[in-house]
Design a protein around this ligand. Structure first.
Ligand code: PBG
Length: 325
């Protein structure tokens, strides 16, 4: 045998040289949930080890993560029911605690990259990402609401905005609104190929943001489709997105791969709440070993082509692998 692939696997040193994919904290974005109050750390039942933090506790958590080398955070607000309405007014209200928290984070940690969520669902009494009229999620009337929310978030100091709503044309509308308001440096991490997935359950538990009626299939993508992701990617790129995201990650590795091959912008992948919960549940049962399954999972997403991974395991990874893998 002239070719023996095992020669390159025979020692840790040789395997190290032959490693094709690397992962370290700089590739990760840690999703965090914030709610109003003080001294609150409430664990999400369906996502053990992940908490909803009051702003004071959130600052502490971010500080701990920064010490581990995590520099990128996406923050989602859990909004009290009485603040929700049909048009998501609270999303750009002057006294909005989410925006105030962002100001505090950027004041304390100016070097971090702070990413927002742009969508109506956390603030909407209908629990949909867009405006609901006669049971229909209407596209074009949602856009000015998203633009207002975006400018308010840019004013609060977010470095990048994350439109997760899947309305048509929203990246362009947001880009123009930001530029007109003087925020040409604020970036857009577009949720480009976001699927109507069953794997968002724990996230909706965390925010109590499930739709009050119907589902999200008229705006989030059909899990059966891959080519359609290329249409979304071309539109988001043309409309001014800075990074393109695929969501979920593990069940859509082929979509990550094709976007990486076909597009020039950095590709992000959202390893979503349900995908993390599955692994945690199996580990709690003793059926899988978290220490091995967690890094293998994240590596698979990188190998498929993700430059950046949003994952609830970011802190766990950074704690175990300070120098990366
Ligand atoms: C909503 C939003 C969702 C997630 C991120 N932004 C849920 C949804 O679309 O219903 C899910 C993330 C996760 O499950 O971790 N704008």
């Amino acid at each position: 045998m002239l070719r023996r692939p095992r020669r390159n696997r025979q020692s840790a040193a040789i395997r190290g040289m032959a490693t094709e994919t690397h992962l370290s904290a700089q590739h990760l974005i840690f999703p965090l949930f914030v709610l109003e109050g003080t001294h609150v750390r409430s664990e999400i039942k369906s996502l053990p080890g992940i908490f909803r933090f009051s702003p004071d506790e959130l600052l502490r958590e971010i500080e701990a993560c920064m010490q581990l080398g995590i520099t990128n955070f996406v923050v989602f607000p859990a909004v009290a029911d009485h603040l929700k309405d049909q048009v998501a007014t609270y999303s750009y209200a002057a006294d909005n605690f989410y925006l105030q928290t962002a100001r505090e984070i950027k004041k304390r940690f100016p070097e971090c990259c702070l990413i927002s969520d742009v969508a109506m669902d956390p603030y909407s009494s209908d629990g949909h990402d867009g405006l609901v009229e006669n049971g229909e999620i209407v596209n074009d009337k949602t856009l000015p609401i998203l633009a207002k929310m975006s400018v308010a978030q840019a004013e609060a100091g977010f470095d990048m905005l994350g439109p997760s709503d899947m309305m048509d044309g929203r990246v362009g509308v947001i880009r123009r609104a930001l530029d007109e308001a003087g925020f040409s440096k604020t970036g857009i991490l577009a949720y480009t190929a976001k699927y109507a997935s069953a794997f968002y359950g724990p996230f909706r538990d965390a925010l109590d943001s499930a739709p009050k009626s119907g589902d999200k299939k008229s705006y989030q993508m059909n899990p059966a489709n891959r080519r359609e992701a290329l249409i979304e990617a071309e539109l988001d790129t043309a409309e001014g997105a800075d990074m393109l995201m695929v969501k979920p990650a593990l069940h859509y590795l082929d979509v990550i791969q094709v976007l990486k091959q076909e597009q020039q912008l950095p590709i992000a992948a959202y390893h979503v709440s349900g995908e993390c919960a599955m692994l945690l549940a199996a580990c709690q049962n003793g059926w899988l070993d978290f220490e091995r399954a967690m890094p293998e999972t994240l590596l698979s997403i990188r190998r498929a082509g993700a430059d950046v991974i949003l994952t609830y395991f970011a802190k766990a990874f950074a704690q175990r692998y300070p120098g990366g893998i």
